[in-house]
Design a protein around this ligand. Structure first.
Ligand SMILES: C[S@@+](CC[C@H](N)C(=O)[O-])C[C@H]1O[C@@H](n2cnc3c(N)ncnc32)[C@H](O)[C@@H]1O
Length: 461
């Protein structure tokens, strides 16, 4: 089979050629030669180099994929499982410690002829047992809900509407970038009043994925006729969750090449092996690599932006509340000024952003009280609830005169009565000192910020 791989290389397609990252023709039971060359191409000669493998083995012994000596069709069920196991073992050997393997599989129906009831064969879990026996750890099961399924059902059986997606890891330090799949679309109510309870980048994705299967006409090349290509969105989710740009993504049952194409589209190096030369040349001929509707990187949602703003505005309100709880009064703490320094609209390890909070104190505050305030400030920002806001905060204490010079050239919004989602008014920053002096002793410490938000409680974004 080494020869088959070598023979399938167009002239010049050696491991140093960027075109090496494609689908190669060959038998996945004999991965050694391809893996050696790919490791070299990845700059890791003789060492593990695969970040993630995304694959669906042939559908047990039921589907003929049109080549001699294929896995599945023509084999006994036991030989089929044994073949899959040997491939899972090689993949495991060549996978990095941070790596993983996704296996998409469906259960099947074993019709009994002798009068006993037909049995559902839990193929995904029988494959999982094979994978675990060679060192993989099953970590997650995702239900892939398809909108269209086979139109028939067996007597006494519901129509099958999903497949299993099994996620295996090699070690505990596996890559899993869950932030990349967060979605703000499904946030529950109360987000306006409690922005700190909602992740602005959205909810963590759940393990039921509703993704339609591609219709034949959705591919660029009408000649493409593979039995069961993965939908691009399914590939994208697995790729972005378990790998980073530049990583190698592999498929030992490449079929249409959907995994290799999806990996390349996400900036990874895609590598596949496929037994049927016809599928390989269709892929190499540019058949299905990218569906007509190109995947676009998701823009920052309005909801994400608004949640970040609300969180940043609620922080100074909570800060003032903690200071009052610590014994200060609204005649001593006149206002808190909040300025946004930076915002992380996309998930970042460093949190949601940086803000600057200036606590404005009355002229009459004694030095002792002022020192106590600074100490209390240090104390409260390091503790819950403020420490839970995920914000980098620079805090300081300023006089009313200093407050008046802070936003001299900017318009500011004033939030009173604790409603940090709805500005009560705007003001030229140059007039801030007068406004603070005029306001007297309010019941709630006003929040002042150049950030202007008018969000009604009912409106959904
Ligand atoms: C379920 S299909 C994979 C479909 C693929 N996930 C896609 O998106 O197009 C299984 C593939 O495994 C291939 N296959 C069967 N035996 C093989 C072997 N020994 N080595 C490599 N590929 C093989 C079949 O030709 C078929 O294309």
């Amino acid at each position: 089979m080494t020869d088959a791989v070598a023979a399938s290389q167009p002239a010049g397609l050696d491991a140093s050629d960027p075109a090496f990252w494609t689908v190669h023709q060959g038998d996945a039971r004999d991965l050694g030669a391809l893996m050696e060359r790919a490791a070299r191409a990845a700059g890791r000669e003789g060492q593990p180099f695969l970040q993630t493998t995304i694959t669906s083995p042939p559908y047990a012994t039921l589907v003929d994929y049109g080549s001699e000596n294929q896995i599945g069709f023509g084999q006994s069920y036991e030989d089929y499982l044994e073949s899959c196991k040997s491939i899972f073992r090689s993949v495991h050997q060549w996978t990095l410690n941070t790596g993983s393997m996704w296996v998409v599989a469906d259960s099947l129906f074993d019709r009994r002829k002798n009068g006993s009831p037909s049995r559902l064969v839990p193929l995904p879990f029988e494959l999982a047992a094979q994978a675990e026996s060679v060192g993989w750890t099953l970590r997650e099961v995702v239900i892939w809900r398809k909108d269209r399924t086979r139109p028939w059902s067996h007597r006494g059986k519901l129509r099958n509407g999903f497949e299993y997606v099994l996620f295996f890891v090699k070690s505990n330090s596996f890559t899993f970038n869950v932030d990349r799949l967060r979605d703000t679309g499904n946030l529950k109510s109360w987000w306006v009043k409690y922005p700190e309870r909602h992740n602005p980048w959205g909810m963590s994705p759940d393990n039921v994925w509703e993704i339609p299967i591609p219709v034949q006409g959705s591919w660029d090349n009408a000649a493409f006729r593979h039995a069961c290509p993965f939908p691009p969105e399914l590939v994208r989710r697995m790729v972005v969750l378990s790998s980073d740009e530049g990583d190698v993504v592999f498929d030992p049952f490449a079929g249409s090449g959907a995994v290799v194409a999806g990996a390349i589209q996400e900036g990874r190096r895609g590598l596949g092996i496929e037994l049927n030369p016809e599928y390989v040349s269709l892929f190499r001929g540019g058949a299905p690599a990218v569906p007509r509707e190109k995947l676009e990187s998701k823009p920052v949602s309005v909801m994400t932006q608004r949640l970040l703003e609300l969180r940043m505005l609620k922080y100074p309100k909570e800060l003032a509340k903690q200071l009052l709880r610590g014994g200060f009064t609204t005649s001593q703490v006149c206002a808190v000024l909040m300025e946004v320094e930076s915002v992380n609209y996309k998930p970042a390890r460093t949190g949601y952003g940086t803000i600057d909070c200036s606590v404005v104190v009355a002229d009459e505050l004694s030095e002792i009280e002022s020192a106590r305030l600074s100490k209390l400030l240090l104390d409260v920002v390091g503790k819950a609830p403020l420490s839970k806001y995920g914000l980098e905060v620079q805090c300081n204490v300023v006089s009313i005169v200093e407050a008046g010079t802070k936003f001299e050239d900017t318009e500011v919004s004033i939030y009173t009565r604790g409603r940090t989602w709805q500005a009560d008014r705007t003001l030229a920053g140059a007039n801030l000192e007068d406004w603070i002096r005029d306001v007297g002793t309010p019941t709630v410490v006003p929040i002042v910020s150049p950030l202007h938000v008018q969000q009604s409680l009912e409106e959904s974004l």
